[in-house]
Design a protein around this ligand. Structure first.
Ligand code: NOJ
Length: 544
């Protein structure tokens, strides 16, 4: 470890601090814009560190801030060892780490090893070089099928829609090979069979770790390795979805890559990495979090469960089982920049929504989201909070002409993509841009009716979502009842669930449609005030 990073470690020094941490995901474009260009930046984040301290989080995870043409808003990296000017520069980044550490907040950042931008010098070099050249070997180029190679090498589709292959024009002007991109055409997949690719990633990791970074979120951590022979997909895959046996993901060789990544992390005690692992089977998931691979893996079961006691209980039980078998730490997340916001996800749909106004539905979604953050924070393991969840932001139905997620274009306008959960945060004031920026045409428009959701309006309101988050996070730290790595399920009325931590905390959730009695105990916190001593529909309670 360099002198710089040693001087730059936060005050608390438990090397495994992340095992029960609350990590706050900052989507930098949408957090706070100080430069006044309508897009969030690092200076804006520094400006709001006091807010994050008040919220009580242990760490932030920054979605990508490296140099990028922004075809996928930073997940297309053209220089992995530079900050994109849109967000600031290395000096600002160093200042962010210094100031965050001064406040005892760790800083982790996204790392994108599966692909680069098509503007990365490696890719430009590959386009200008001959088939079979060392430059081409850094990516996955292949000859096409058909008489003239006019058909893609296999039938893989991109996660964003359309084919996963794009044909290039060779330097001599003729149509030539195809390159693989599991995401947008601007995101060519790297060839992880080439040792140069790993060596470069390790250089990138040390570059940031030496600056004092406390960890990484690894993008598409179940990607990278591709199967020999690139076999066809047996079933067509839906946009943004795939199954565990999809040949594009979750190939055995990925585990060697994770071991190599871990060996670098182990040079920097006190750091961790968390992988984006979209696999469903517990057995497959557990393999990513073996002691010499990822420290943590995102388990998306809770983020994809509906507001239903059985579904939630199953998501928790399965997530715990997926880590317990290998002695790993579970993670919990309700939403992120790819997953619809919980306030919207938990709104009744279909028959259950009949006869209710949009405001009624929003109110129900909000009540349920309040309960679910309490369920999440009651669990053992690491909790990830997506910026804006603490304000109870809903997804936004943006008009077609505001959509900028590459999914919208690449899916041929069949999937509206993820912009709805990426709208900038409202900070203060009564009209857009609510203090997010000095200019009103922010990169995604902020709804005019978010005045009641601003940080300013929620801070002093003890019943606000923000106040609930602050109280719940504080109790999770302060109270000894939150100790222990397991949960014990209690009997609960139909449509409800209740569990107990070894330390003595009881968490009860009423996902039914009628008020229910609470388990015995002294109340520590309720998400919605009790009525007649009963827990209302959609509410949760903590008891000791
Ligand atoms: C997962 C990221 O979370 C998502 O936002 C991105 O589009 C893809 N990986 C591709 O990098």
């Amino acid at each position: 470890m360099s002198e710089q990073s040693m001087a730059n470690v936060p005050a608390t020094d438990d090397a495994q601090w992340w095992r029960s941490a609350v990590v706050y995901q900052v989507y930098p474009r949408s957090f706070s814009d100080l430069s006044g260009d309508g897009v969030g930046d690092l200076a804006g984040l520094i400006d709001k560190l006091g807010y994050l301290e008040l919220l009580g989080v242990d760490a932030i995870w920054l979605s990508p801030i490296m140099r990028s043409p922004m075809a996928d808003h930073g997940y297309d990296v053209s220089d992995p060892r530079a900050i994109d000017p849109l967000f600031g520069d290395l000096d600002t980044f160093d200042e962010l780490i210094r100031q965050a550490h001064d406040r005892d907040i760790r800083v982790t950042m996204d790392l994108v090893p599966n692909h680069t931008s098509d503007q990365h010098p490696w890719f430009s070099g590959a386009l200008g070089a001959a088939p079979g050249s060392p430059e081409r070997e850094r990516y996955i180029f292949a000859d096409g099928r058909g008489d003239d190679g006019e058909l893609p090498p296999n039938n893989w589709t991109s996660v964003f829609g359309g084919p996963a292959w794009t044909r290039i024009v060779e330097p001599d002007g003729r149509p030539g090979q195809w390159y693989l991109h599991l995401f947008a055409p601007e995101q060519p997949d790297l060839n992880w069979n080439n040792p140069e690719v790993l060596a470069d990633l390790q250089t990138t990791m040390r570059f940031w770790l030496d600056r004092g970074i406390d960890g990484f979120r690894i993008d598409v951590a179940h990607g990278m390795a591709k199967p020999d022979g690139l076999p066809d997909l047996e079933h067509p895959a839906e946009v943004l979805l795939h199954s565990d046996d999809d040949p594009r993901f979750n190939n055995e060789a990925v585990h060697d890559i994770h071991r190599a990544i871990r060996s670098v992390m182990d040079e920097y005690p006190g750091t961790f990495n968390v992988g984006e692992v979209w696999v469903r089977s517990n057995e497959a998931f557990s393999r990513y979090v073996r002691p010499d691979e990822l420290h943590l893996g995102f388990n998306f079961r809770l983020a994809t469960a509906g507001f239903d006691a059985d579904e939630i209980k199953e998501a928790i039980t399965e997530s715990l089982a997926a880590t317990a078998s290998v002695g790993a730490v579970p993670t919990w997340t309700l939403s992120n920049h790819d997953v619809p916001r919980e306030v919207t996800r938990y709104q009744p749909t279909g028959e259950a929504a009949d006869g209710r106004t949009p405001d009624d539905l929003l109110a129900i979604g909000t009540i349920r989201a309040r309960a679910m953050i309490m369920v999440e924070l009651a669990l053992p393991g690491t909790v990830f909070i997506y910026n804006g969840a603490e304000l109870g932001l809903p997804n936004v139905d943006l008009p077609d002409d505001a959509l900028v997620d590459p999914v919208w274009e690449n899916s041929g306008h069949t999937d509206r993509g993820r912009d709805g959960c990426r709208v900038p945060l409202p900070w203060e004031g009564t009209e857009p841009p609510f203090g997010f920026s000095s200019r009103s045409d922010t990169w995604l428009p902020i709804p005019a009716d978010w005045a009641a959701l601003t940080v300013e309006s929620q801070l002093e309101d003890i019943y606000s979502m923000l106040s609930l988050y602050r109280q719940a996070i504080e109790l999770r730290y302060a109270r000894p009842e939150f100790s222990g790595d397991t949960v014990q399920w209690y009997g609960a009325p139909e449509g409800c669930l209740a569990f107990r931590r070894p330390g003595g905390l009881i968490c009860a959730l009423n996902a039914s449609d009628r008020p229910v009695p609470l388990p015995p105990g002294q109340i520590l916190l309720v998400s919605t005030p009790l009525e007649g001593g009963l827990l209302l529909p959609g509410a949760a309670a903590w008891l000791v």
